[in-house]
Design a protein around this ligand. Structure first.
Ligand SMILES: [Zn+2]
Length: 230
């Protein structure tokens, strides 16, 4: 008999499976990413099906198996009504969760990623600035999963000026050390450093212009592509 386990987790994604089943992907502190097969969730058990909606916190009991774990029972433990009820917050939350989906491995305890993700959603729920929180969260989930970009000056010599973005080298790289491409505005560099340092709930106090946030988002996506290709 497969081993029976329990966990609390945040639903990151659900998808229909076969005729009546669903697959739910949870982020948990003790098992990292947990992919669960919910047999019959779409037909027989409406309560279970609804509890497995994205952005819900749930308590699950499941059988550990190779491949997909098999859900036995699910209870709703919490949700984020203000995030759900606001399109801007919701889209920021869902975009943030994509990073957890991409970065957190299966079956590996990862309490930091879990804690950071709940902190991000709680700050959004309390009305924090969505775009700043999303970028701040991305920096934290990269760090929690061992992909922290080097933001403290040039990765090679520590210089604070003439910095370019080098995902392959792990962060900022100055032109003197071989950095190529666009030299980043000092303001963008300082904003990156400030956002990585400040706790998420404090990001509301940081003044950041929209174009800078957009640029940071682009650079972080490039970084993720290169890091995940390794
Ligand atoms: Zn350098």
């Amino acid at each position: 008999m497969a081993q029976l386990s329990r966990a609390r987790g945040l639903v990151l994604r659900t998808q229909d499976h076969a005729e009546t089943d669903r697959i739910a992907v949870l982020l948990t502190p003790n098992f990292g990413r947990l992919d669960l097969l919910a047999k019959g969730a779409r037909r027989l058990d409406r309560a279970s099906g609804a509890a497995l909606d994205v952005l819900n916190l749930v308590d699950v009991i499941f059988y550990r198996r190779s491949g997909l774990a098999l859900l036995r029972d699910v209870d709703l433990a919490g949700t984020f009504p203000n995030v759900r009820g606001d399109l801007k917050r919701l889209s920021c939350a869902l975009a943030g969760l994509q990073w957890a989906l991409a970065l957190v491995p299966r079956w590996m305890a990862d309490p930091n990623s879990y804690r950071n993700t709940l902190e991000f959603l709680s700050a959004l729920e309390r009305g924090g600035p969505p775009e700043r929180l999303r970028i701040g969260y991305i920096l934290r989930i990269l760090s929690a999963t061992g992909h922290q970009p080097h933001l403290d000056g040039c990765v090679q010599c520590g210089a604070q000026r003439d910095l370019t973005w080098s995902p392959a080298r792990g962060g900022f790289l100055c032109t003197g050390c071989g950095g190529t491409g666009e030299v980043l505005a000092p303001k963008l560099v300082r904003t990156f450093q400030g956002m990585a340092r400040l706790p998420l709930p404090a990001l509301g106090r940081l003044q950041v212009e929209e174009p800078i946030l957009k640029k940071m988002d682009e650079l972080l996506h490039l970084f993720r592509e290169v890091q995940l290709a390794r």
